[in-house]
Design a protein around this ligand. Structure first.
Ligand code: ADP
Ligand code: MG
Length: 322
């Protein structure tokens, strides 16, 4: 298999129709009504990464425009490194002319919440100016970062994280099509590391396929530079039982053998701590430690030495030895 010259799988397996967008049934159904009536308002798609916001926009536009899709659809990223003026000029050039064989064009603006307040004000004026010829689909992670006058000009659609079932099924479908040998544990591992983000899930699968013929959960954790959940649990348990040096050795394994970043380690510590039950860690201790993890995470984000902070965090855990 020569993955090098292939399309990235996230593009190869991008839904071409609204009906192929998984896990967002409420949304895709409502979007289908628009295509049936050949009209739509401006839309605001909010939600986490890799859940189908761009895919739904492209699929919607394809269903409206069919063979004239490329003339009538413009995709832009608001955080374009060439600056907001380039974005604005591109929009103006595109919006100036009438749609080809259709009532309106569609401009899809990704990462709209990256726009400053002033840029959003300008965008709002642009939306008004071209309201006859263009519809906008704005995509963002947090709709609260979009100014009120834009929100009120859009119908808001909130995309959810994809379920484990949806991720698992989609990943298995891709693996089958690519003739990859993927164990069930590997599927579970992909679900764990991708956390509802199908883009991440498919990327991890493709990266794994370049390194191994038979993909196991071990491959997945290696490729995604994540520890197995049980290894992180083990670290927490050892630390809680007061064995600092042993816990530190486990930490070293994550940092140096697996090459995890300090931030990844602390994120997984947090995730596993939250998931631990009353038998593993008493409720009160758990709450205190979640608070402590938050504090050390903040220190690391602020630039403190990662290793020093992680060891100090583990030292905090050992204080809860029964
Ligand atoms: N809901 C979904 N249904 C099918 N494929 C999806 C879905 N969400 C993400 N994907 C896959 O992940 C890739 C990236 O998704 P995208 O729509 O760009 O996510 P977003 O815009 O929400 O960050 C797509 O090309 C597709 O392969
Ligand atoms: Mg996107």
């Amino acid at each position: 298999m020569d993955v090098g010259i292939e399309l990235p799988w996230i593009e190869k397996y991008r839904p071409k129709k609204l009906s192929e967008v998984v896990g967002q049934k409420n949304i895709t159904q409502r979007l289908q009504y628009y295509t049936q009536s050949n009209t739509m308002p401006n839309l605001l798609f909010s939600g986490p990464a890799g859940v189908g916001k761009t895919s739904a926009s492209v699929a919607l536009a394809k269903e409206f425009f069919k063979e004239n899709f490329s003339q009538n659809f413009l995709e832009l990223n608001a955080s374009d490194e060439r600056g907001i003026d380039v974005v604005r000029n591109t929009i103006k050039n595109f919006a100036r002319t009438l749609a080809f064989n259709f009532g309106f064009k569609i401009i899809f603006l990704d990462e709209s919440d990256a726009l400053t307040f002033d840029a959003q004000q300008a965008l709002r004026r642009t939306m008004e100016m071209y309201s006859k010829t263009c519809r906008f689909i704005l995509s963002c992670n947090y709709s609260s970062k979009i100014i009120e006058p834009i929100q009120s000009r859009c119908v808001i659609f909130r995309f959810n994280q994809l379920s484990s079932k949806d991720i698992g099924e989609r990943v298995k479908g891709v693996a089958e099509n690519e003739k990859i040998d993927l164990s069930n544990e590997a599927v579970e591992a992909i679900i764990y590391v991708s956390q509802g983000d199908l883009r991440k899930a498919i990327n991890v699968l493709q990266a794994s396929a370049t390194t191994a013929h038979k993909i196991t959960d071990k491959t997945i954790y290696e490729v995604s530079a994540k520890a197995r959940p049980d290894e992180v649990r083990e670290l927490i348990k050892v630390a809680l039982s007061g064995k600092f040096l042993e816990a530190r050795a486990l930490l070293d394994k994550l940092l140096y053998e697996y090459g995890m970043s300090g931030e990844d380690v602390i994120t997984q510590l947090h995730r596993e701590m939250v998931a631990m039950d009353e038998k593993e860690v008493p409720g009160k201790t758990k709450i205190e430690l979640i608070d402590t993890i938050g504090e050390y995470n903040f220190r690391m984000v602020e630039g403190a030495n990662e290793r020093v902070q992680l060891e100090a965090l583990i030292a905090q855990f050992t204080k809860y030895k029964k």
